[in-house]
Design a protein around this ligand. Structure first.
Ligand code: LLP
Length: 384
């Protein structure tokens, strides 16, 4: 919730900008860390959700590791000071350069997504006379019941190694002297709000861990990925229920005494800590619709255009007034999908009003683009 002081401060800043509430971020990180600690679970922050350095510093200070999906994310994690022993590198298409640079950094583990990738990492590690730690990302064919564009764990998805390829994968691991198998990895999708989905995942993880053990592999790491959703309809609910989330894994995963359970949370850690603050450029009354045209567009926040994602929209300048009208809230970009919300019930709105688009801390700033030669996205921070 914004204070009147926050809003007065916004009026002095050039819009649009991402506003980060660092104290909410801190509270969220603390809640996750203590819930994970209760079960001895390890969290790697999925940097793809937001690699803003101010946030990364706070996340690193919480003691989380970094889950990276590109060579540049690995580099950034190292620069920010994440321990190399807590950096994992996932991704379905790692280039030779990215693998080489990560080998040089002696990262904790590569989450490997194909049999061919195993061969390549083995070859590149051999040239450096190194051993690469690898976890096998398995596609468990578990439906995450989320938007189809952010589902990753079904047979039809490009991610991970399918169960029918596991015998060949096990053979390959045995033939690769430069690889050290450390465990198995899963990630079934993002913005998962039905926690029962994770029970199904646990059942599959148990089966696959046993499969590897029966073939003589020691499965030290059970990495169950991320995906915990946030409540976009109630940004004020703010901190996700980490306790309920971790409890499911505690109750349903069969964890042996030599095993560690790893998580890769992104959205749940940073999503609620930011809003995109924008100004109304024009109000246009059409025949069928009224439009609010903002100075922020899909170039700043891509999610509604890309996934029809919902973000709560508030008129911060008219908070004390009653709801009086319905508007389509759109951006200035030359695309019809550049729309943040249709038929949004709001106060009577006028040019110059400040608009808050909520829950934009994850996959917001990092997915911004320069389409239409738009400016770099601006940011502002609350005091702690
Ligand atoms: N681990 C892996 C291997 C992933 O691919 C992802 C997200 C995560 C962890 C973190 O997932 P999270 O906890 O944040 O749900 N741009 C989309 C989301 C894409 C998610 C990609 N992978 C959106 O705006 O909804």
């Amino acid at each position: 919730m914004f204070s009147n002081k926050d809003i007065a401060q916004f009026a002095n800043l050039e819009t649009p900008f991402y506003y980060y509430d660092l104290s909410l971020l801190q509270d969220t990180l603390g809640a996750c860390a203590s819930a994970a600690k209760a079960y001895g679970f390890h969290v790697h922050y999925a940097m793809k959700a937001n690699f803003n350095e101010v946030l990364l510093q706070k996340i690193k200070e919480t003691g989380f590791g970094a889950d990276c999906v590109s060579g540049n994310e690995v580099k950034k994690a190292v620069e920010v000071g994440f321990s190399n022993a807590q950096i994992v590198f996932a991704g379905v298409g790692k280039s030779d350069r990215e693998i080489n640079e990560s080998l040089d950094q002696d990262i904790f583990c590569f989450n490997v997504e194909s049999i061919q990738e195993l061969e390549v990492i083995n070859e590149l590690a051999a040239k450096k006379n190194k051993t690469a730690k690898v976890a096998i990302r398995i596609n468990p064919n578990v439906d995450a019941h989320t938007h189809h564009n952010i589902t990753t764990g079904l047979d039809e998805n490009k991610f991970g190694i399918n169960s029918w390829d596991l015998p060949a994968c096990a053979d390959m691991l045995k033939q690769c002297p430069q690889l050290e198998f450390v465990g198995i990895h899963f990630h079934i999708g993002s913005q998962i709000t039905n926690l029962d989905v994770y029970k199904n995942l646990c059942v599959r993880v148990n089966e696959f861990a046993q499969w590897f053990e029966e073939r003589g592999f020691i499965v030290r790491i059970l990495n169950v990925g991320g995906g915990l959703g946030i409540n976009y309809h109630q940004p004020e609910a703010q901190i996700p229920d980490f306790e309920a989330y971790f409890k499911i894994f505690n109750d349903f995963l069969e964890v042996r005494s030599n095993q560690e359970v790893h998580f890769e949370l992104g959205r749940a850690l940073v999503g609620q800590s930011s809003s995109l603050i924008s100004k109304v450029l024009y109000v246009k009354n059409g025949k069928k619709k009224n439009f609010i045209i903002l100075d922020a567009g899909m170039t700043e926040l891509m999610r509604p255009a890309l996934y029809q994602a919902y973000h709560q929209i508030e008129n911060l300048s008219k908070r004390e007034k009653g709801i009086a009208a319905k508007y389509d809230v759109v951006g200035p970009i030359c695309e019809s999908t550049d729309c943040f919300g249709k038929e949004v019930e709001m106060q009577e709105t006028s040019r110059g009003d400040l608009i808050g688009i909520r829950s934009t801390g994850a996959y917001g700033e990092v997915m911004a683009s320069h389409y239409n030669l738009r400016e770099n996205v601006r940011v502002a921070y609350s005091e702690l």
